[in-house]
Design a binder for this molecule. Structure first.
Ligand SMILES: NC(=O)c1ccc[n+]([C@@H]2O[C@H](COP(=O)([O-])OP(=O)(O)OC[C@H]3O[C@@H](n4cnc5c(N)ncnc54)[C@H](O)[C@@H]3O)[C@@H](O)[C@H]2O)c1
Ligand SMILES: O=C/C=C/C=C(\O)C(=O)O
Length: 478
């Protein structure tokens, strides 16, 4: 049984009132440990520690911080097996995915920002003969980092690495459903020589709990959240009273647009991934598939055939492609969406139910639904599960309108061999991240984030530093 503790000012501690909550493995339904349940008291202690540590960490050089970030990356790589097992036990995702995606990318997040910070520059503007302006980049202070359960260490380190690289200190509030790798990260940071108080972890819940205590805290300067759009709204409200800087990476309902002139094999192979990888619990998953009419029947038939071959099962089995959803509550939610899609006229071509032989865990079959339109709930709301819809379209204008008919604007995928059309459609889609003939291909220097209700701000490369640091202009009269 794992006992997951907070990490405050360099110490692993229980909650002052001794409260804990259970940690459940969603693939077995079994309790695998207890987690310290933090409240305002632990958040206060962690913020105070982070503020004290900022006095020295904020004054270290980029080169010193870079060395520590690389050590953290080394240690994540050295602990890959253990971290992957913890991640899979918490989430239910295939161990093969934790090993190939979650943990390697977590290490790379530190390596990338450890390198990037050494090459940072600022701007200079000369007013010829009058004055010289130059900008200085300075850390902001204490950041609250709030992460989701779907890619726990991956998305947490995507915030922690630039935060530390920029010279800020942090208080992390991991998702309550996936606490283990955050505490393990704290151990790694300590071993890498990160000074006490620079990184703190407080476990617990969101509303009226550790999460809201962090977002309301007067001594926290920044909040970076990845989570649901409704959480983003609550966090924005809470952060407004003390005017904190906000970065919000929220939900998506991403279109996957397939023109008849695409490379069909490539489109099918990648669509299997963009639909069902991580049980569809990736904010970038292309859950609304639009196929140009001449290809529609073939595409639907081939996609159903390929998806039917995906192995749903024990996350520890190397043959498994689709593991368990995050928990019983989420499983009910996903199933509810499918039931209502059928009530609205949707036809299930594959899946749509819990696999009978896996009744103990939160498993759901890869599901493909047709005969829906943009008035149906299933095409409008984020399901965050292994469920996609497919609709035919006739013209480019029509599909652009369909793709944009959503309150979200995170990602989109376009499949075509027509170069002009690819550029044209990419320019028209209202989303922050557009992939053409690929999906989830990431260059960490590029801006990453959502339009509309998918978020505020961008992460990645210099954009992360824009958030985690302040620029001040110095004007010198000549
Ligand atoms: N845009 C992106 O990059 C991205 C990436 C991954 C996930 N997501 C989104 O995240 C969602 C799934 O993750 P989730 O269910 O963990 O999200 P969630 O919003 O339920 O929780 C995210 C985090 O916020 C905390 N939280 C919840 N309410 C809070 C409050 N009132 N104050 C402070 N903290 C609060 C939670 O405890 C958790 O740590 C999906 O909507 C998905 O699209 C977005
Ligand atoms: O579930 C959401 C996935 C987000 C991915 C990233 O933030 C990234 O690749 O940097």
């Amino acid at each position: 049984m794992e006992k997951v503790l907070h990490f405050i000012d360099g110490q692993f501690v229980e909650s002052a009132d001794g409260r804990t909550f259970d940690n459940i493995n969603p693939a077995t339904g079994e309790k695998i440990g207890t987690v310290a349940e933090g409240s305002k008291r632990e958040i206060d202690q962690a913020v105070a520690a982070a503020r004290r540590a900022f006095k020295t960490w904020g004054k270290t050089s980029a080169a010193e911080r870079s060395v520590i970030l690389h050590k953290i990356a080394d240690l994540i790589e050295a602990n890959l097996e253990e971290l992957a097992l913890l991640e899979t036990a918490d989430t239910g995702k295939p161990l093969s995915l934790s090993k190939s995606l979650d943990i390697p990318r977590s290490a790379y997040n530190f390596r990338f920002f450890g390198d990037f910070v050494k090459g940072m520059s600022t701007e200079t503007f000369e007013m010829e003969g009058v004055a010289l302006n130059y900008a200085l980049r300075r850390p902001v202070g204490v950041a609250g980092l709030i992460s989701p359960w779907n890619l726990p260490l991956f998305l947490l380190t995507w915030k922690v690495a630039p935060c530390l690289a920029a010279g800020d200190t942090c208080v992390i509030k991991p998702a309550e459903l996936t606490p283990m790798t955050a505490t393990k990260l704290a151990e790694i940071c300590k071993e890498a020589g990160l000074p006490d108080g620079v990184l703190n972890v407080v476990h617990g819940f969101g509303p009226d709990a550790a999460g809201s205590a962090l977002t309301e805290h007067p001594d926290v300067d920044l909040i970076s959240l990845t989570g649901e759009t409704s959480t983003g709204k609550a966090v924005m409200k809470a952060a407004s009273s003390t005017l904190k800087g906000l970065s919000l990476e929220l939900g998506g309902k991403n279109p996957n647009i397939i023109f008849a002139d695409c490379d069909l094999e490539d489109a099918l192979e990648t669509t299997i991934r963009s639909s069902f990888v991580n049980q569809g619990e990736v904010c970038l998953c292309g859950s609304r598939i639009y196929v140009e009419r001449p290809l529609y029947d073939t595409f639907v038939e081939r996609l159903v055939d390929k998806a039917s071959k995906l192995v749903v099962g024990d996350p520890l089995d190397p043959k498994t492609n689709v593991g368990a959803l995050i928990g019983a509550e989420h499983l009910d939610r996903v199933e509810g969406f499918v039931t209502r899609a059928v009530q609205e006229g949707g036809r299930i071509l594959l899946g749509g139910k819990r696999p009978e032989q896996l009744a103990k865990g939160a498993f759901f079959e890869p599901t493909i639904i047709v005969d829906v339109d943009s008035s149906c709930e299933i095409t409008r709301q984020e399901v965050f599960g292994p469920v996609v819809t497919i609709q035919p379209f006739d013209t480019e204008e029509e599909v652009v309108a369909l793709a944009n008919d959503t309150s979200y604007g995170l990602g989109a995928t376009i499949w075509t061999s027509n170069l002009k059309r690819a550029h044209r459609v990419a320019g028209e889609i209202e989303a922050g991240i557009i992939w053409v003939n690929t999906w989830f291909l990431r260059d960490l220097r590029t801006p990453f984030g959502g339009m509309k209700q998918s978020g505020i701000g961008r992460e990645g490369g210099v954009h992360s530093f824009e958030f985690f640091s302040e620029l001040k202009n110095v004007c010198i009269k000549l």
